[in-house]
Write a protein that binds this ligand. Sequence first.
Ligand SMILES: Nc1ncnc2c1ncn2[C@@H]1O[C@H](COP(=O)(O)OP(=O)(O)OP(=O)(O)O)[C@@H](O)[C@H]1O
Ligand SMILES: [Mg+2]
Length: 776
Amino acid sequence: MEKYLSQLNEAQLEPTLQIEGPMIVIAGAGSGKTRVLTYRIAYMMSKGIDPFNILSLTFTNKAAREMKERIATIVGASEAKNLWMGTFHSVFARILRSEADKLGYPSNFTIYDTQDSDRLIASIIKEMNLDKDIYKYKQVRSRISSYKNSLITVRAYFQNPELIEADTMARRPRMGDIYKEYVERCFKAGAMDFDDLLLKTNELLTRFPEVLAKYQNRFKYILVDEYQDTNHSQYLIVRALSDKFQNICVVGDDAQSIYAFRGANINNILNFQKDYDDVKVFRLEQNYRSTKNIVNAANSIIDKNQTKLDKIVWTANDEGEKIKVNRSLTDGDEGRYVASTIFETKMQNQLMHSDFAVLYRTNAQSRAIEDALRKRDIPYRIYGGLSFYQRKEIKDVLSYLRLIINPADEEALKRIINFPPRGIGQTTVDKLIVSANGYNKTIFEVMKNIEKTDVKVNRGTQTKLQDFVTLIESYQVLNQTADVFELAEHVTRTSGLIKEFNKDGTPEGVTRMENIEELLNGMKDFVEGQKEIADTTGSLAEFLEDVALATDLDADKGDSNHVALMTIHLAKGLEFPYVYIVGLEEDLFPSAMSMNTRSELEEERRLFYVALTRAEKQAYLTYALSRYRWGKLIDSEPSRFIEEIDEQYLDIVTPTEERRFNPMLSADIFGDVEPNKIRYKPAKQPTLKKGATKKEPTKFQATTPKNLKPVAKTNGNTNLFDSKLVVGNVVKHIRFGTGEVLKIEGKGADIKAEIDFQHGGVKKLLLRFAKLEVVG
Ligand SMILES: Nc1ncnc2c1ncn2[C@@H]1O[C@H](COP(=O)(O)OP(=O)(O)OP(=O)(O)O)[C@@H](O)[C@H]1O
Ligand SMILES: [Mg+2]
């Protein structure tokens, strides 16, 4: 038997070796589901299955990348690179690109991110003269998104009296009109939003049987991770593609289904056995991730849910420490507790910052934690805020690039037509939009033929519009010969963007410049490196697609040593040695918005199960007795979830400050009550606050810019690190893993190192761009 297969236990081996036919692996957290998928693909390839015929769908692109790297170490990088692997969105965006003409789209269609969709919807609401307090663009967007994910097209909407009535009851009778206008505007702009990537794929596979047949024959083997969180649209795609060969392997855990609010349908996993004939069902029971205390505590929680498949999860790992439960007086104290225990644990056990994660229910909770970590100089990174590619200055640059390959892109055009300022006012832009809508042309087309249209602008403005068109057209010419990096560098210089950001000399301006530099670095890296690992051509369209679908989790190079802060939703599938779950308070977690029904509460409980099962060695549960929410200090009670854990797995600690300052606990000072004997107040029954007008707390600006500082500069300066690297050093590269430096050559900005990498063999890399980390 192949050597790598000995790294699986017997139960894992069975589904790994089962290649043909429909099958499902249902198993609890940390039992090796993702590992089985990975090894199964390697095994299939070793049996001679062509990687071109294997499609593997993961929850994040990062997960796909890691799987691919692992497979590459087993079967070799050149084979692994031909695998189709990624999220639903990224895989089907690629397929749509090659089939776009069938749907009337240009092949280099733009992908609108949420921000673009929001802006377009807001502008439609304004153009239709609707009340923006009733038609809140975010709510409208999520409504449209749910139609699309349920495959309700505009036509289907207008044929469905129930939907129309529901929207009318919600005081939004024009919802259908907005939906219609939004869809038409996206189409005209040659743009698809995230939901379109799935919706249009379904349309493609349904309307064009020959296209369906083509991809059925290509993807003879399909694998899906985290199947419990697929939505209806994704479900139908998988169903259609696997229909011919029925070689479909899905893995998942019903207890970790946490995306119902975004349309995920837990029934997809529960009904899988009905969807295909002769489904083989496999179960894994041994958890390899966590200590006994954590596994048992997690089991005791999920036991409380009524809707679930019965599963056993056990571990042969050590008993481990009990789960620490900490009460604080305020959210500020909670943050300090987290920071100080991270500091101590790290010191005592010689750990890395990256061994720690802090998980919370809502993004807004990160502030208090951040403050405390900053005070202690503990480096951290927030995931899931504004991604790097959504920052203003980055989107400005990207909008130029988007317009170059797709001049129909309305949102890109509106963003940069007067940025940097070139004297084209909002009134002019509004006239262009009205005219474009009237002629059913794109704004760019109207600008190009302005004399032939009904747009009335003065001579000066007409020249300015013409100049803008000429500028973009000159970039289009350059795009035919230059690579992404060269083009972007030219654009930032000649469009006046760099000058604009450099102008004020404020710290914000400096940060913006650094970010642009980092963007250019990333492009260089893309141009130089991408071809080696993935089957892409490195074109501008591909780069833009990558960044449109990138989340900041994907951007994580895995090479930085910081505490990870993220919502539990984002942490799915990940693992960390030390995990803090903070804000365990009634109305916060479980969320006040999710206590109306049993099924909502059960989803919250699954979320808690996901959180706890991320921990390998030690979990901390914390809550505060009062917390700032919606700008007010409010009292809070411990979450019922703490009480639901079997007490034997808990170690209830209360920090000394609280014992000192809290009169309620003054008995403690005299030793009358042992800290771990303090009882909780019984958790309140679920309370639905009728008519409560709670506002979502303001969202946070993500990631400190510090964390994104470029390692290398593009201006030709060698970075600090160059001079340090010597032959024999062991270094780490984001794609190729660790490697030994064999040779160093060149001077200054052109220093290159020849490195023998663990994955990918000997490579010569330009140090300026290679972003290496010396590890030995
Ligand atoms: N047979 C095994 N021997 C050693 N380690 C294993 C084995 N199986 C899995 N692991 C390790 O256990 C951890 C959990 O595995 P994996 O992430 O595949 O579980 P999972 O079932 O996908 O978890 P989740 O439900 O959280 O997605 C990983 O670190 C993995 O490398
Ligand atoms: Mg997994």
